[in-house]
Ligand binder design. Sequence first.
Ligand code: MEV
Length: 468
Amino acid sequence: MHWLKRIFAPHYYFKQLKMSKAIAGFSKLTKEQKIEWIANEYFSAPKDAVTLLKNYWNTDETLQKLHDEFIENTITNFYLPLGIAPNFVINGREYTIPMAVEESSVVAAAAKAAKFWAKRGGFKATVIDTEKIGQVHFLFNGDFDRLTTFFAATKSKFFEGTQDLTKNMQARGGGILDIELRDKTTDLANYFQLHATFETKDSMGANFINSCLERFSKILKEEALNYEAFAEDEKNIQVIMSILSNYVPNCVVRAEVSCPVEDLQEDASISPKEFAEKFITAIKIAEIEPFRAVTHNKGIMNGVDAVIVATGNDFRAVEAGVHAYAAKDGKYSSLSHAKVEDGIFTFWVDLPLALGTVGGLTTLHPLVKFCLEMLGKPSAKELMQIVAVAGLAQNFGALRSLTTTGIQQGHMKMHLMNILNQLGANDAEKKQAIKHFEKNTVSHSAAADYITELRTNDPSRIEEDFLQ
Ligand code: MEV
């Protein structure tokens, strides 16, 4: 009857198919066994799949093991190019900024903006604040005044009861700054928070904050149980969760550039005054129009994420926090701003960045260590400045192209190499194509036509891939 079920109940058949790929105890298999399983289950040419994965293994076994152990079920490494953008001047100091990113034009745009501003006084960056936030979310079914009195009487116990966790951080000048009780019952019945603020110095602080919060939660429950003024129901505080917030509106850095408007002159096709006006209007559009603001901010994040990844920081946390910040006034808006005052053009960005230069991947990943050393082993505050500058530089590059030549000219020039690789061009063909497209518009079809023409003139260059 099995076959009947399959015919008349397709969902049954589907379930069986899906079930066939279910596997118990996968994490206990060796790396080789995991690869063998995945290759046989999912690939039409399992041997080729295994070869591909192994081609990406590092020949240095110790180094490979280090990477294997960053996460669970590692089967190989996933490369991203690490590029460098030289000539950044930030607060009078020269930097070469590392960027791990796959998008063709990002590093080139950063380097170009760096050079442009190095001749005009460089970038200035200031850390406005470094406060981080964590919350214990809990339900309390009772009298708010009694909860407030309980919190006031218990507050010092949260500090005392976490001393073992905070002493090292305190020695470095950080720790728990404050803990507040917050009433959120207008949004959700019985919902309250312990809203705590932290200073975590050079570490991003996620583990420190979460450990403190979990201890707060334990203290909160224990103290409530023993608090005599509470009614029986009130004693049973229900903690829902304890976790840091990646929204850090008080951990903010500002990066800016400025120069007299006439110094903005770079190409003859547009006057500096017209350029400044168009640039500022482009920003005004991003300030008022969310569809544009998202793309505008994405351009900023092209620079930010690339440095965050290269320096071993958590780009998902930064992305989440930055976009929440962009919507802090109730409408998603531009993160950067610009103005002309008394003939001076100023362009700036404020970014909430909770970063670390000690702990986590920063002390483990050899390339992260390399990147941090290249940046002069920055403190977390310095790294905030560098990252914000990379974001501002990227935004400058994008807006300059958008308001003058259009984005595709520069972007497609950088993308040309990807197209040529897709077309299977050899080195000689690439060299000729790059020269040809210095004066011609790049597109996929133009590149394909050009390579065909080259190969027709010199058939010995035809590669198999290209013929397929
Ligand atoms: C592309 O990755 C980023 C841009 O779209 C940013 C922008 O439009 O400002 C060019």
